[in-house]
Design a binder for this molecule. Structure first.
Ligand SMILES: [Zn+2]
Ligand SMILES: [Zn+2]
Length: 340
């Protein structure tokens, strides 16, 4: 497949003259989702789902989120140059999409970030059969077999009941993880008000305006200390171990991240209650997804490519590490203390 190529700006679809999640400003960018390593500012024309466009607008403000913006609903097919282009759900965060391109009888799919587990805040990942699949590999090692998020939420609620005098402060990334945690808590029957750090509220309000109900949310910043005793406070990962959290009544520091699977990471960050909840596919889900697409060729991004490429080889699938030719470097996907 020679019509999808790597350029310094990122992955380029030559017959459509557009880039996918480019790292530098370009004339036409197709954006998979709103996380800052994928959705960067100052592109001239941006194509993305309506939700991703709204998220970019909220995070970047008018002017930086693309000069012209083209909303594309899941499954809506458009022609860009000689390419048929459409978006399919990626199950990662609200609005997240895989980019599907068809050209001269070949189909390529760029996953962006994805997970297979159901998430009440976004549409479930859809397997799109293809010839070339570009996958992420954030958790591309066999040790990463992540638990059911409902189990992790159960752990948190058990601890909340066990220590009614303490305040549980949960670190979570502002886009996606925060809203998913809230929805999981609501699904588990927790309907008390949740207290939110000011940095998390605007994205929650946007999710609600886009049809994702989150129950009663209150600002932790203006709350009286005593009101939050026994409650659950959500904050960005950077805030849970600093002065901001110390003003809470006897805080129990929790962090929701796939990286909490690694005990030393939790310890190093002063996390008392690690919650292993990830918006990325784990090892089994990566392999199963690559197999399910039927692709004969898989390109791998986001760090841990080697183990995945080896495992794909055993399934007679040809893998290629994009990192080796400079497309993306793992650190770029580690905003605020680890991938969401
Ligand atoms: Zn992401
Ligand atoms: Zn990513």
């Amino acid at each position: 497949m020679d019509w999808l190529e790597l350029k310094p700006e990122g992955l380029f679809c030559a017959p459509g003259a557009f880039y996918i999640d480019p790292l530098q400003p370009v004339a036409h960018a197709v954006i998979t989702h709103g996380h800052s390593d994928h959705a960067r500012p100052h592109h001239t024309h941006v194509t993305a789902t309506p939700e991703t466009l709204a998220i970019m607008h909220l995070r970047m403000g008018e002017g930086r989120a693309g000069h012209t913006r083209q909303p594309l609903h899941y499954g809506q097919v458009i022609s860009v140059g000689d390419v048929q282009l459409w978006l399919a759900p990626a199950g990662h965060v609200l609005g997240s999409a895989q980019v599907v391109m068809e050209y001269r009888g070949q189909r390529a799919v760029v996953s962006g970030d994805y997970k297979r587990a159901p998430d009440p805040t976004c549409v479930l990942f859809e397997v799109v059969p293809c010839d070339l699949f570009v996958t992420e590999a954030t958790f591309g090692l066999p040790v990463f077999r992540l638990p059911d998020p409902a189990h992790e939420i159960g752990k948190l609620l058990h601890d909340v009941r066990l220590f009614p005098e303490r305040t549980h402060v949960v670190g979570c990334y502002a886009l996606g993880k925060c809203q998913r945690l809230i929805a999981l808590l609501r699904n588990a029957g927790y309907h008390d008000p949740l207290w939110l750090h000011g940095a998390l509220l605007p994205m929650c309000r946007l999710y609600e305006s886009l049809g994702i109900p989150l129950g009663e949310l209150r600002s932790a910043t203006v709350a009286q200390k005593a009101e939050m005793r026994g409650g659950i406070v959500l904050a960005p990962p950077s805030a849970i171990a600093d002065r901001w959290a110390r003003r809470l009544p006897d805080p129990v520091v929790c962090l929701a991240s796939g990286w909490m699977h690694v005990r030393q990471r939790a310890k190093a960050r002063g996390v008392e209650l690690p919650l292993v909840i990830s918006d990325h596919a784990d090892w089994d889900a990566l392999l199963e997804t690559c197999r399910a697409t039927g692709a004969k060729e898989i390109w791998v991004t986001h760090g841990r490519e080697d183990a995945l490429i080896y495992a794909l080889g055993k399934m007679q699938i040809h893998g290629r590490a994009l990192r080796l030719i400079g497309y993306e470097d793992e650190d770029e996907d580690v905003p605020e203390g680890g991938p969401a």
